[in-house]
Design a protein around this ligand. Structure first.
Ligand code: 13P
Ligand code: SF4
Length: 332
């Protein structure tokens, strides 16, 4: 009989192979994390795509907007951010004097990676005179070139802020197309980025699933492809989807976003039947964010214990990125 690998032992072996210190992990990691949070006066923020055990330890679990709001109000000595890099970076921009630690610095985002600052500066220069509205899934340098930031839960409202002005929307082309339709703006200048997780839901597979469950409601994130959004009964951010799913606990929901959100839905509505929308490749878990899932309890414990790795932002970039973030928070 084969035995499942012990994740703590695997991580220890990996770090030991890299010549790092012995890990000396406690037996009760959850309790050790709670103790460290208290000793360090740390605020633990977690996105809904985190592993359930990480969500359960967090002080605030939310979508990108709720987490930015929580970071803005943070009353603590340390912020520990369990999400992806751009989220922790936003927290750092809002809290320059606090250490912002993350379990894994490699937890990035395909949208942020697909919009490099030099290329984006060129794109903006090619559309001189246009205002710049940037999705929060972008890095600090790109935010620093923006007039306003948005998240999936306030994007339509933020677009409406630029009535009558030429407007660049970056970096997600699917969210851009969705908000363009909702806000009646067919003239948006769109950066052609995409999320590698949401783009891989299968429209054909979803069609079949809907036929098998004709009473089910399809709830989708606006980062999905148009052919998937065309079949959705409701399109919203992660927190919008969670809220909607819980409004009618007896109705089956087909969910076209990362299945990390199931944990929160089942906490609020334990009887709720949820079906993950199918991916293009049924043999892989492609609709699970590979970046978000790099964060583990072991790495969370270590970052709180050692206060590393920390997210840093150059001060001139931070100041330029802060203005459009604060503007969004004031308008939301
Ligand atoms: P939300 O703001 O809806 O939580 O989305 C963040 C995200 O990265 C979705 O892929
Ligand atoms: Fe980025 Fe997509 Fe992961 Fe969200 S799900 S963090 S958009 S890669």
């Amino acid at each position: 009989m084969t035995q499942a690998a012990d994740p703590a032992a695997t991580l220890a072996a990996r770090l030991a192979a890299q010549g790092k210190q012995a890990l000396d992990l406690p037996d009760d990691l959850e309790q050790a994390i709670r103790d460290l949070k208290r000793e360090r006066r740390a605020l633990l923020l977690a996105h809904y795509y985190q592993e359930s055990e990480v969500q359960d330890l967090a002080d605030v679990v939310g979508d990108s907007l709720a987490l930015a709001r929580a970071a803005q109000k943070a009353d603590c000595d340390v912020i520990a951010f369990c999400g992806v890099h751009f989220m922790a970076e936003t927290a750092k921009i809002l809290n320059p004097d606090k250490p912002v630690v993350v379990p894994d610095l490699e937890a990035g985002c395909s949208l942020a990676d697909g919009c490099p600052p030099e290329a984006f500066a060129k794109f903006c220069a090619e559309h001189e005179g246009a205002a710049v509205l940037t999705y929060i899934n972008s890095n600090a340098e790109v935010k620093a070139m923006s007039d306003l930031i948005c998240t999936s839960s306030n994007a339509v409202k933020m677009v409406e802020h630029f009535k009558g002005r030429p407007l660049i929307f970056a970096p997600d082309r699917h969210l851009a197309r969705f908000v363009a339709k909702e806000a009646g703006r067919d003239d948006l200048i769109i950066w052609q980025g995409a999320c590698v997780v949401h783009e891989l839901f299968s429209a054909q597979g979803l069609e079949k699933l809907r036929m098998q469950h004709p009473q089910a409601e399809v709830l989708a994130h606006p980062e999905c492809d148009q052919a998937v959004l065309d079949q959705a009964d409701f399109i919203a951010s992660t927190s919008g989807i969670i809220q909607r799913a819980c409004e009618d606990p007896k109705r089956v929901s087909i969910i076209a976003t990362e299945d990390g959100i199931f944990h929160e839905i089942w906490k609020r509505a334990p009887e709720k039947k949820l079906i993950q929308a199918p991916g293009m490749d049924e043999s892989c878990a492609c609709n699970r964010c590979p970046y978000m899932r790099l964060n583990t309890l072991e790495k969370l414990y270590l970052c709180l214990r050692d206060l590393t790795p920390q997210v840093t932002v150059r001060e001139d970039i931070r100041l330029k990125a802060l203005a459009p973030i604060e503007k969004m928070l004031a308008l939301s």
